[in-house]
Design a binder for this molecule. Structure first.
Ligand code: PSV
Ligand code: MN
Ligand code: MN
Length: 386
């Protein structure tokens, strides 16, 4: 196999999971702008996700968020997804949108609230059983706003207790992915604020507990690719929530704000042996002002481009330059790959997969946007700010 055919083969196998909530209306605390044709039901979100997969060929799974995607029969929902050519991916728990969670969920000072939150997490594992999903994604809004508000260490103990109970409930082939976030909605302490805290909990729990890196959840200037390299080295990188940010947790399209950072992250993934099904490559985005389906297609394509460039790095030349201490040659080896226009290569990959080489144009030609605008009146908000 030539190098290029190996790169193409790797790109054909890429899998990016799209989030159900990205298909619904979303916004900021100031305004949610309604768009025509947005899904009214989980099934309609799956229909839209199936369009993204049909045009890109690399978006075969859809993340659900419970209770935003509540269904009477989850096995039937999974069967519906399969009929449309996609599968249910990660189950995202939601222990942040009820009045009871004002002071937290699994870290709340009141045992009754902690129990309620834990029951929801366990229910999410039941949903994984019913849908065949392998991953439970845990993001906690828990934290405090004021020094002294609660005992920061006791909150860690409560967190550990809940995580252990969920871990215990996981079946074969199921994992829990623990997500960290620097701040927001808590503004003083956050109970899982960084990769170190997430890693410490996951390490204690065992192999089925892994860290998920949301690219929008760090302080400005954080070297995310270094975190990725360390987690991979420790066997603890479970996946990504990709999005991009200019300021905080902006949830903009992956690769839009800083494509070079996305490339550097993907290079560490490839370098660290993390490019494969063991790493969940998910999007976690909101499309507040842009049309949703083409924005999701664009995001998938941006990830493909960063991946293609990472796969094209001449690792031998890079290693030789590094060993020789040739700083400029080493840097050039990376930059050569980054500066390659991989769009023609990806167009070829798509044609080899029987797809249109331009997924956005193909989507616009498909008539889907007009059809859903006509068929779906009264589309629902994604959940944020609902
Ligand atoms: C909140 O910051 C958040 O964006 C987290 O990243 C979760 O993954 C997502 O919401 C869905 O719960
Ligand atoms: Mn996230
Ligand atoms: Mn987020």
């Amino acid at each position: 196999m030539t190098a290029v055919s190996a790169v193409k083969a790797a790109l054909r196998k890429q899998a990016v999971e799209t989030p159900s909530w990205a298909y619904g209306n979303s916004g900021t605390r100031f305004k949610v702008f309604a768009q025509p044709g947005v899904p009214r039901t989980p099934r309609e979100k799956l229909d839209d996700a199936a369009r993204v997969h049909a045009h890109t060929g690399v978006a075969p799974t859809v993340a659900l968020h419970i209770p935003w995607d509540r269904a009477d029969d989850y096995a039937a929902l999974a069967a519906y997804a399969e009929e449309r050519g996609v599968r249910i991916g990660t189950i995202n728990a939601n222990v942040f949108q009820e009045d009871d969670y004002r002071l937290g969920s699994v870290c709340h000072p009141d045992a009754a609230v902690r129990r309620k939150a834990l029951d929801h997490l366990l229910e999410c594992v039941d949903i994984m059983d019913a849908t065949g999903s392998g991953d439970l994604k845990l993001w906690f809004a828990d934290g405090t706003n004021y020094p002294g508000q609660d005992d920061v260490r006791a909150r860690q103990d409560r967190l550990a207790e809940a995580l252990a109970a969920v871990y215990e409930r996981l079946g074969t082939g199921q994992r829990m992915l623990l997500e960290y976030k620097l701040f927001e909605p808590a503004f003083y302490t956050t109970d899982v604020p960084d990769w170190g805290t997430a890693y410490a909990h996951c390490l204690k729990l065992g192999e089925k507990a892994q860290v998920v890196v949301d690219t929008g959840h760090h302080a400005p200037g954080t070297n995310i690719e270094f975190i990725v390299a360390v987690l991979l080295r420790e066997g603890k990188l479970g996946g990504f929530d990709f999005n991009s940010r200019f300021y905080a947790d902006d949830d903009l399209m992956a690769g839009a704000a800083d494509p070079f950072q996305l490339f550097r992250i993907m290079y560490e993934v490839v370098r660290g042996g993390g490019y494969g099904p063991q790493t969940a490559f998910m999007l976690d985005q909101c499309h507040n002002i842009e049309p949703k389906i083409p924005a999701i297609i664009r995001s998938v394509m941006n990830i493909q481009e960063a991946t293609a460039k990472a796969l094209l790095v001449d690792r031998e030349a890079l290693a030789a330059a590094q060993a020789a201490g040739d700083v400029l040659a080493a840097n050039a080896a990376l930059m050569d790959a980054y500066n390659t226009d991989v769009r023609p290569l990806l167009a070829e990959v798509r044609e080899e997969m029987g797809l249109d080489p331009d997924p956005v144009a193909a989507y616009h030609r498909s008539g889907w946007a007009e059809r859903i605008a006509e068929d779906r009146k009264g589309g629902r908000q994604a959940g944020w700010g609902a």
